[in-house]
Design a protein around this ligand. Structure first.
Ligand code: DC
Length: 225
């Protein structure tokens, strides 16, 4: 029996960190849908296409193949872009790419296909509302802008990605605005999602809280984690 867990929420709320750990613990496949929008953004920039030009970006759809490896490696047309997609230039442009309906439909089809083959824990913005509306468990993970910016800053420092706190906070605010105001599948909490404010929680506390929620929900449904 395939299980699907949706984790949505604003930028840098720590979704991918906890989703990865939960996937390891429960033996599910982790799918980072944000990485797919980032990969598409990387390709547009590589081709010298302006990310604010919807028509030109969507015209690249037939050329793009994105692969997410279980190890976390992200490939675009077989180029390893795992590190490149976390650069500030990608952060600054990815919300434009993610607002284009044709690109979303192209990537959502692949996301649904992965969820039909494996038990998944998928993180993003529209997983509970649009990609997997029948997900077994839906979590909406939030945290204050200050906490999120600090977490992303710490993460970047650890990975050696140069940035300033001001830059990160401005980027997080801008992306939240664009992601929640786009016409098609905007960032929104699903009606049947459980909201978890993680501002004052450690990663372990968040992981444990979500695993508890998953176990309870699956028990109610007569499924096993
Ligand atoms: O989660 P992230 O920061 O890696 O996501 C990068 C961008 O992609 C983010 O600004 C919003 C967009 N995104 C989206 O629109 N829908 C998703 N399911 C995942 C990400």
């Amino acid at each position: 029996m395939k299980i699907s867990i949706a984790i949505d929420g604003p930028a840098a709320a720590g979704k991918s960190t906890v989703a990865k750990r939960i996937a390891n613990i429960l033996g599910y496949t982790y799918i980072d849908t944000g990485a797919m929008y980032r990969a598409f953004t990387w390709y547009c920039m590589e081709k010298g296409v302006n990310c604010e030009d919807e028509k030109a970006c969507c015209a690249l759809i037939p050329e793009v193949t994105i692969k997410l490896r279980p190890s976390g490696i992200v490939l675009c047309n077989d180029v390893d872009i795992t590190r490149a997609i976390r650069e500030p230039r990608i952060n600054a442009n990815v919300s434009y790419i993610a607002s284009y309906k044709d690109i979303r439909l192209f990537l959502v089809e692949q996301q649904r296909n992965m969820a039909s083959k494996h038990s998944v824990i998928m993180d993003g913005r529209d997983i509970g509302t649009y990609v997997l509306p029948n997900a077994d468990v839906k979590i909406f993970q939030i945290a204050s802008v200050e906490t999120r910016a600090q977490r992303r800053y710490d993460e970047n420092m650890e990975k050696g990605i140069p940035c300033t706190q001001e830059e990160i906070q401005a980027d997080v605010r801008k992306r939240d605005y664009i992601d929640s105001h786009r016409d098609f599948a905007p960032l929104r909490c699903a009606e049947d999602a459980i909201t978890l404010d993680t501002s004052d929680m450690s990663i372990e506390e968040v992981v444990n809280a979500i695993i508890d929620i998953i176990n309870k929900k699956l028990e109610e449904k007569g499924k096993n984690a």
